[in-house]
Design a protein around this ligand. Structure first.
Ligand SMILES: [Ca+2]
Ligand SMILES: [Ca+2]
Length: 262
């Protein structure tokens, strides 16, 4: 439960799909206004009923809303917890820019990672895709590192195997990269299904990239140090759906630990 929040906060958590709407609006503030309008209205209603009050501003200038004692009581009913366990109402948090309560809020957002399903966006304009990608990536420094990043060239793949959205390791255009050293049966887990256009194997394993989920279909195999670009015509562009690592080197090499995203 958030005792203090901004309108945008509530929107990000409760309606993440709106984070990439309204990309036709000219300025960031116009976009924010459009996507948070309904939540602003909801806050007004709650304020009218005495459940929420305005409580100062964040350091970024957004108005903070916090639960009143009556709001806390209502939340305790909702959560089935005694009011005595609900703690204070975090009144006055806004006086210091609310940096303390907002830090747990950031952590919460990172853990929840509400994000749009990028596989549903085929055919959308570039600016919509970019906004959706930004909404799908968790905030810097919190939660798990993003499974994908943007980057170019073979050097972007360090001791891992990388799948690139564009040909020739994204050399011509900076684009998304998936870096991993773990088997993955469904690349859509990382919003990377049917997008791989080139791959680099800088791991110590033999890597098989399959056109279908769960290591099905006829794979492309990369030995350690090999790379491939699926330029138009070879039939493997934008089809990879799973990836498998097989032992290759004699040297001892640990696998199955944390995935080496960056
Ligand atoms: Ca691609
Ligand atoms: Ca596929």
């Amino acid at each position: 439960m958030l005792k203090v929040a901004t309108v945008e906060w509530i929107q990000q958590i409760s309606a993440p799909h709106k984070s990439y709407r309204h990309t036709d609006k000219k300025t960031p503030s116009e976009r924010k206004q459009a996507r948070t309008a309904s939540h602003l209205g909801a806050f007004s209603d709650l304020r009218k009923h005495g459940l929420v009050e305005n409580g100062g501003k964040t350091s970024g200038g957004d108005t903070l809303r916090n639960l009143t004692p009556m709001g806390l009581k209502a939340a305790s009913c909702e959560l089935g917890r005694p009011v005595g366990e609900m703690g204070g109402s975090a009144r006055g948090a806004g006086r210091s820019g609310a940096s303390h309560p907002m830090a747990p809020n950031d952590a919460l957002l990172a853990l929840l990672r509400p994000k749009p399903d990028l596989t549903q966006l085929d055919g959308e304009p570039v600016e919509v895709l970019a906004a959706a990608q930004a909404a799908a990536d968790p905030p810097d420094g919190l939660g798990p590192s993003p499974p994908t990043r943007r980057g170019q060239g073979r050097d972007a793949c360090t001791a891992t195997t990388s799948a690139y959205d564009n040909w020739d390791s994204n050399t011509s255009t900076n684009a998304r990269i998936l870096r991993t050293t773990e088997d993955n049966t469904h690349l859509n887990d990382y919003n990377f299904n049917d997008v791989t256009s080139s791959a680099v194997n800088n791991s110590c394993f033999l890597v098989r990239i399959y056109p279908d989920y769960e290591f099905k279909g006829v794979p492309v195999t990369l030995l350690p140090g090999e790379s491939i670009s699926f330029n138009r015509g070879n039939g493997f562009n934008d089809v990879a759906s799973s990836v498998q690592f097989l032992p290759y080197c004699n040297q001892h090499h640990q696998r199955g630990g944390p995935v080496l995203w960056s």
